[in-house]
Write a protein that binds this ligand. Structure first.
Ligand SMILES: Cc1cc2nc3c(=O)[nH]c(=O)nc-3n(C[C@H](O)[C@H](O)[C@H](O)COP(=O)(O)OP(=O)(O)OC[C@H]3O[C@@H](n4cnc5c(N)ncnc54)[C@H](O)[C@@H]3O)c2cc1C
Length: 491
């Protein structure tokens, strides 16, 4: 039997018919999607609404690693690393179509560095409790150079090899939502929560606005979950207008380079940048992904753009390690995302938690923020447990630890040979509504090669217009928006 497709019209019809819900989830990123699968698979009547496209927030802008986080080890946080590695094991089991092993090499320039990183990565192996896909190993200079053929070897003395998980972030969101749909959830993109409904001071539902038609609907829910990442304070203020700021956004940028900068299957891990961070240079989608940065920002943009200095930082650091220095002219695409870091305690901006935080307001609004992609399943389990208490739902156990995710959709998932039939498939099976949805999040064309994606835009606009009954003006507007987006993805 074929699983039911995600269908916007069906979900809209259920909302318009006044269906009431156990759980309404605001936000269709990693957190909201895993929460939707968790709630729906426990048998709760679940609705998830996303004001843009699914995964259009932080969740499509990650470094694409399912990892324990080597840097948390350096920060002396083995508990966080162990918990994340456990989630990595579960994702490799439950989502093998979306998550796979990737081997990394840390280049070393002295015997002391080799010892330091060698021991550190052995501890990383041990924290995986017997589930490390490939154990770490010390490499000679020749072995390191063979694994990374474009690595500069002038001062190199050897390397340390370890392995971690790499994944397709957007495809995983779509798979989670499709799995939730199979359990009866309704999922809507381009649908914003514009107000919370209350009865006697308790949240009892939401007001939705269809961002395409402007139509509004009142929806009833036993419990409402705010899973809006960096926007979670905005939604909390629909509940309590004076609510204090809890999110301190930090921007991370990436550049995508041609494959020749790092041929082979092994990724390069740069253990210490000039600002004391880790940097990854990773084979990805037949290209090379370099990231990321950590830039505190004041403004929470819906579509953040890499800063010129972030791109320079990435290129300069890659140049220190690679035989050929990449320049701005080599950049195929550049993109940025905002980390939803949660202030650990009020007023202290320095104490930012990398863990997730769940807050229940006096009104019963349940907010979850922070954490990382790797831990989204665990976060979802915790927030649905809490939401079930708040909404007085029947207690049911979480089922996601062993919940396999459906296979990817049949459309190419490959921007290079995109056909009109692929575009129709994106629209029909995963609710792609705009040119950007198809060329960025369904096919990754915009991320693989922004200029090339621009050339595909007219075909996509014409095909979507036919599929959704849109006119010429819509197509012209879509093309203008996408042209601007292409410019933003080029340095
Ligand atoms: C640069 C960078 C690199 C990263 N790399 C990794 C990595 O390699 N591995 C890893 O594990 N983690 C990584 N992370 C962290 C990870 O990406 C995030 O923790 C995760 O994606 C957050 O997901 P989320 O669902 O909470 O937020 P989001 O993905 O931002 O989802 C929230 C959604 O809510 C929607 N929304 C907001 N307001 C409303 C409203 N009123 N109505 C309806 N919808 C609304 C938004 O449109 C948005 O889509 C990275 C983060 C960044 C920034």
């Amino acid at each position: 039997m074929f699983p039911p497709e995600m269908n916007r019209a069906d979900s809209s019809a259920r909302v318009a018919a006044g269906e009431s819900w156990d759980v309404v989830i605001i936000g269709g990123g990693a957190t909201g999607s895993y929460a939707a699968l968790d709630a729906a698979s426990r048998g709760y009547r679940t609705l998830v609404v996303e004001r843009g496209d699914f995964a259009s927030g932080t969740s499509s802008r990650s470094t694409k690693l399912i990892h324990g986080g080597v840097r948390y080890l350096r920060q002396g946080r083995p508990g966080l690393v162990r918990a994340s590695l456990r989630e990595r094991t579960l994702l490799l089991q439950n989502a093998p179509d979306y998550v796979h092993e990737r081997t990394f090499v840390v280049p070393v320039f002295s015997g002391w560095e080799k010892l330091y990183y060698g021991i550190g990565l052995k501890v990383y192996d041990l924290l995986a409790s017997g589930h490390q896909p490939t154990p770490s190993r010390l490499l000679s200079k020749a072995e390191a150079a063979a694994a990374l053929p474009t690595l500069r070897t002038d001062r190199l003395t050897g390397g340390v090899r370890y392995s971690d998980g790499q994944f397709d972030d957007t495809a995983l969101v779509l798979a989670l939502l499709r799995a939730a749909t199979e359990h009866g959830a309704a999922v809507l993109n381009y649908t914003a929560v514009v107000a919370l409904r209350k009865e006697a001071g308790r949240v009892c539902g939401v007001e939705l606005r269809d961002e395409e038609t402007g139509a509004t609907h009142a929806v009833t829910a036993r419990v409402v979950i705010n899973a809006t990442g960096v926007f979670s304070d905005e939604v909390r203020r629909l509940d309590e207008p004076g609510a204090a700021t809890t999110i301190a956004p930090s921007q991370g940028a990436h550049v995508v380079l041609p494959r020749e900068f790092l041929p082979g299957d092994t990724a390069l891990m740069i253990p210490k940048t000039s600002d004391g961070r880790l940097l990854f240079v990773i084979p990805w989608q037949g290209r090379v992904l370099v990231g990321t940065t950590d830039t505190a920002v004041d403004k929470i943009a819906r579509a953040p753009v890499p800063l010129a200095e972030e791109i320079d930082f990435l290129l300069e650091h890659a140049a220190l390690y690679l035989t050929r220095a990449p320049t701005r002219a080599d950049v195929l695409s550049a993109f940025a995302g905002l980390r939803p870091l949660v202030r650990a305690s009020r007023g202290k901006t320095s104490a930012l938690s990398r863990d997730h935080v769940i807050r229940v307001a006096p009104s019963g609004l349940v907010t979850i923020a922070g954490g990382k992609w790797t831990t989204a399943r665990k976060m979802a389990e915790a927030v649905i447990n809490r939401a079930a208490e708040v909404g007085a739902l029947p207690r049911r156990v979480c089922r996601t630890e062993s919940h396999a995710l459906p296979a990817p959709e049949l459309f190419a998932g490959n921007g290079d040979n995109l056909t009109a039939a692929d575009v129709v498939a994106c629209a029909r099976t995963s609710m792609a509504r705009t040119v950007e949805d198809v060329l960025s999040r369904r096919t990754l064309a915009l991320y693989r090669d922004a200029r090339g994606a621009g050339e595909l835009a007219p075909l996509v606009a014409a095909t979507l217009a036919a599929a959704h009954g849109r006119g010429e003006a819509w197509q012209a507007e879509q093309l203008a928006v996408f042209r601007a987006l292409v410019r933003q993805h080029l340095p």
